[in-house]
Design a protein around this ligand. Structure first.
Ligand SMILES: *Cc1c(COP(=O)(O)O)cnc(C)c1O
Length: 430
């Protein structure tokens, strides 16, 4: 059993000063009823807490750390950038370099803007879509998360799901009335919706692979039909690739599925662990953004030199590593098999959704294809599984409704240790 004396001491103090002791709710471990390890440092696939406990990290900062922690090249780039000054609020050459890397990887982003978070990117993409189309309504899907801006915090998946609060207080009904919620993977429902209101719909925003209700994959042709439906009504299709961008493939989910959205939202990986987001897409839409057009959007720290340096370094490493996505997929495959074997030998019902290095293990025998089916999971069993895994030194997200993230720095030895932990933990779940 790990001890948590120092973590508990620090966390107790934090709870007096910060809501839940944290700066983002899921970190508080409320749904699993534990004190979260307070992290001291990370290196590669491992993180270490204040009490000296070591964990294999499958949260990876919720996605950004695809190269693992404290990658020497990324840290070198950050240090070098910081030496030259940390913020100017003026154009720099590195902003262009990062924009070029992104636009080359994701050609649908003909023009883009850097911001400081995924929330900001999604919110700004919606504003651009409304400004361009002159329409107000936005369609989002149940269980998809697009950051915490007012209009998008409706049926928004993991954080709210875990807390058992479907929507947030503090959002005027006037805001959310312009957000229509649809069911993931239900194209008939969408067709009906468009028949009724299509000409007033500015945009449909979607996680092309949903990773915030646990991992849920789009069914065959769902994205394709969504593309053609939005096109027919002159509504924009926005892919929120904050998680999937540079994770599923170098060109994101849109490369993998061969679908070209009008706008794309990025975050997480493109900042290499620093705060960066981006939104962009068709030139004629992005030309509506100030100062070229009437859609206002700005940011004091947008395109921050240190953050941009981390992003450039991260994307360049991925781009120049030949077997990058194949290896991530193999690591994912190996974990999936370990779970399947442990579950079947222990007679425990699970459903695994996986795409490459992203996966979720749901404690249900039923297929999970949307928000309602994700909710069928046995949360008590998850809770027990989570705490046993943590004891074994395996750090996963403290929620059934989050994905497990694998980084390129995870080694075969990590996999072996994780497989052994899974086997042991599942035998104790019976
Ligand atoms: C994390 C996330 C966001 C929000 O990004 P922040 O940087 O946390 O604001 C938006 N969309 C998706 C799909 C995400 O996973």
């Amino acid at each position: 059993m790990n001890n948590f004396f120092k973590s508990k001491e620090v966390f107790d103090k934090s709870c007096k000063l910060m809501p839940g002791g944290v700066n983002s709710p899921v970190r508080a471990y409320r749904s699993v009823g534990l004190v979260p390890p307070v992290v001291k440092k990370g290196k590669g696939s491992r993180i270490f807490d204040l009490d000296g406990n070591e964990y294999i990290d499958y949260v990876c900062s919720w996605g950004p750390m695809i190269l693992g922690h404290a990658h020497p090249q990324v840290i070198g780039a950050i240090k070098a950038a910081a030496e030259n000054g940390t913020s100017f609020g003026a154009p720099t050459e590195n902003e262009l370099l990062l924009a070029e890397l992104i636009s080359d990887a994701i050609p649908s982003m003909e023009m883009l803007r850097l911001v400081s978070s995924g929330t900001e990117a999604a919110m700004s993409a919606i504003r651009a879509a409304r400004g361009y189309t002159g329409r107000d309504l936005v369609v989002k899907f149940e269980g998809c998360y697009h950051g915490h801006s007012d209009g998008l915090l409706v049926k928004a998946g993991s954080g709210a799901l875990t807390a058992g609060v479907p929507d947030s207080a503090g959002i005027p009904a006037d805001y959310s009335k312009n957000t229509i919620v649809a069911e993931y993977n239900n194209i008939e429902g969408l067709e009906q919706l468009f028949k009724n209101a299509g000409n007033n719909i500015a945009a449909v925003i979607i996680e092309p692979v949903a990773a915030n209700m646990g991992l849920v994959l789009p069914e065959t042709d769902f994205l394709k039909e969504l593309r053609s439906l939005t096109g027919r009504y002159g509504s924009l299709l926005i892919f929120d690739e904050v998680i999937t961008g540079f994770r599923m493939a170098y060109g994101g989910a849109q490369e993998l599925f061969g679908i070209k959205p009008d706008l794309t939202v990025l975050g997480k990986i493109i900042g290499g662990g620093m705060p960066v987001g981006a939104y962009g897409g068709r030139r004629e839409i992005m030309e509506k953004v100030a100062p070229l057009g009437p859609v206002y959007q700005a940011g004091t720290l947008s395109g921050n030199p240190v953050a941009v340096a981390a992003g450039i370094s991260t994307l360049s490493i991925i781009k120049n590593t030949e077997d990058f996505y194949r290896r991530l997929d193999q690591l994912g495959q190996s974990l999936q098999e370990a779970y399947e074997q442990a579950a079947s030998s222990c007679g425990i019902d699970i459903t695994i959704n996986r795409l490459g290095s992203l996966m979720s293990v749901f404690f249900t025998g039923q297929r999970v294809a949307d928000y309602d089916t994700a909710l069928k999971s046995d949360l008590n069993r998850f809770k027990k599984y989570f705490s046993l895994m943590l004891e074994e030194g395996i750090y996963i997200a403290p929620s059934q409704f989050e994905a497990l993230f694998i980084s390129y720095s995870h080694t075969e030895a990590d996999m072996e240790k994780t497989r052994a932990a899974i086997k042991k933990v599942f035998s104790r779940l019976q």
